[in-house]
Design a protein around this ligand. Structure first.
Ligand code: ADP
Ligand code: MG
Length: 286
């Protein structure tokens, strides 16, 4: 747990239980000349170090908007987001985002140059150290042999791995992933989920992961925040650390998936659902 630096004040007293990222009663809006779109309404959650925290909800419920707010691209109209007690006001190298579009990799740079680029652009490391760091993370994602390849020669799954290596190489306090595997075919997607979990076992990074797939949420997350349809409000938080890819298709896994589906979509029946649930560690929000 990170103690505050001496001589620094933090906006909240730092206790042993201080969250890494706190999202506190956050409402987010888009303002166009014609109208105001409320994307999320008074959403709160806390992410602890080494959590694999998933935001799950139907399309348009404000998942991407929440992720962008955590990254510092959007400011809440209500509430506050804090990273280790410090208010998030702008993007920073301590929060790195991996998006769905892997063609975000500039095609004129090799794989290694792509991974080095943010390290150099942010002046985090000098060239030689950046190269070493890039190779280290490329090895972790199994792409050491492709360091000098160009992105167009890689499969979708390999591009996804480059994007993950590039993000991890920055050694952010939290890695933010917005439906990173949604564009991949089903088998590659499953493989990437597995690799992400293996990588987490090894590196123990903190992850905020957005998906609209219940199955993916159960596999990837240790905690899942369920959001209502537009505008997104917190429906419930579910602990899902007991599941991984080996649980897929299992009876318990299927039952959890069905219960989550009910929590997400049975409007007004949350109270009844709560009685039916045998999650011991579920918190229902209204
Ligand atoms: P999700 O990622 O859960 O699918 P988003 O966060 O992308 O949802 O969007 C939440 C809501 O905000 C949606 O109703 C969407 O139409 C709206 N929205 C998203 N981006 C913009 C924008 N740039 N301008 C106006 N409205 C937007
Ligand atoms: Mg989205």
């Amino acid at each position: 747990m990170n103690a505050p630096l001496q001589g620094h004040t933090v906006s909240k007293p730092a206790t042993a239980a201080q969250a890494l990222l706190s999202v506190d009663n956050v409402s987010l809006e888009y303002r166009t000349p014609q109208r105001v779109v409320r994307a999320t309404h008074q959403v709160s959650f806390e992410i602890d170090p080494a959590d694999r925290f998933v935001l799950l909800g139907p399309s348009g419920c404000g998942k991407s908007t929440l992720l962008k707010a955590a990254a510092g691209f959007i400011q809440p109209v209500e509430g506050e987001i804090r990273l280790q007690g410090q208010r998030v006001e702008a993007p920073g190298p301590d929060r790195i985002v991996v998006f769905q579009e892997f063609d975000q990799l500039p095609p004129w740079k090799t794989v290694k140059q792509n991974v080095m680029f943010p390290l150099l652009a942010s002046r985090t490391l000098k060239r030689k150290d950046a190269e070493e760091r890039a190779l280290h993370y490329l090895e972790k994602v199994g792409l050491a042999a492709f360091a000098d390849a160009y992105p167009h020669t890689l499969s979708g799954g390999m591009k996804a791995r480059v994007a993950i290596a590039r993000a991890l190489a920055m050694q952010p306090k939290i890695l933010l992933m917005d439906e990173p595997f949604a564009a991949l075919d089903a088998l590659t997607r499953r493989k990437m989920q597995e690799e992400l979990l293996l990588l987490w076992e090894e590196v123990r990074f903190t992850l905020l992961f957005v998906t609209h797939s219940i199955e993916e949420a159960l596999v990837v997350g240790n905690r899942i925040l369920l959001l209502s349809p537009h505008p997104g409000r917190v429906r419930a938080e579910v602990h899902s650390h007991q599941y991984d890819l080996h649980s897929l298709g299992g009876v318990e896994f299927q039952a959890s998936a069905r219960r989550i589906h009910r929590l997400l979509f049975d409007e007004g029946e949350a109270a009844q659902t709560e009685r039916e649930l045998d999650f011991t560690d579920i918190r229902i929000a209204y």
